[in-house]
Design a protein around this ligand. Sequence first.
Ligand code: PEP
Ligand code: MN
Length: 346
Amino acid sequence: MILPKEDKLSDLQLKEVEEIVHSFGCEIQAIVGTQRTIYAILGDERHELMMNRIEGLPYIDRIDRIQTPFKLMDIRSDLARHRIKIGKITLKEEPLFIAGHCTIDPKNKNLFLETSFAVKEAGAHVIRGGVWKPRTNPHSFQGDDSSLEILMEAANATGLPVITEVMDEDQLDMVLSAGVDMIQVGARNALNYSLLKKIGHKTTGKSVVVLLKRSIHMGPIHEFISAAEYIAAGGNPNITLCPRGTLPTLDGYRNHPDESSAQLLKERTWAPIITDPSHSVGKAAYVPAAALAAMAYGSDGLIVETHVHPSKGMGDDPKQAIKPDVLKQLITDARLVWKMKSRAHL
Ligand code: PEP
Ligand code: MN
């Protein structure tokens, strides 16, 4: 990773660096951070001569040679100073709360608008609403393009940022042109490396934040961080990691709650952790405990399925959405845990 002396390289300087790396069969990818732009070398970085030539340039500060599969997302990376903003919140400086429907019902716009105002009132900073859904059963409701308009209407009406999941490039293009603030990559696509690369490329230099869920099939923690590395290497370092439960082992929970992974992630990566207790436990009554545990393990925020009338909801909402009054209490309690945690420097 190349760190220039100034905030970024000029066009001429970049051209000179590119000529050097190209002559060794490598490529350069700019990673645009809030503080400054750094440059990843894509390809085999072990060419000592290439490194020496770059480091010898008068406008280069140094080259970081972090030898992990995730040198951009690594806690020792220069990007550790990068701060991610969403709405009025700077992540890691205060906790972030995201709430809303699992699935937007395109035939019942008002229900989503009602929930959006209710979660805002409860203290949420970002509204979630599933436009397209990754359903195990191909005959289940798959979502609808028209829900994207409803999502943006909720954003305009409440003034809050919004998040929705994309599963392919067409959906990515649609949400980017609609102005969605945050993009979710779900548990099923967290290992879809070509989608991760495209998301990184197409959001480079934008303030769009990506919430990457942990795949059910991810094993060791480095696999999760390496998936995030694809997005960062694509050009966008605005990435949050989202534990959401792994393969079910406890009879009773939908998935095996994995909020404790926040602690392990934080030892290895600077990326903020936004935990999803809803898909982890799969039942509204279990959500608050899992959410508070996540905060105790060091999570920087929560994404919680919430609905004004869960029984009228679609997708996961009838089973696992909590009501806005429960969300309000949960946010109050989660803030307390977050404060205790930061006070104790745990
Ligand atoms: C969701 O957020 O509604 C969802 C489908 O999530 P996951 O990818 O974690 O299953
Ligand atoms: Mn859901």
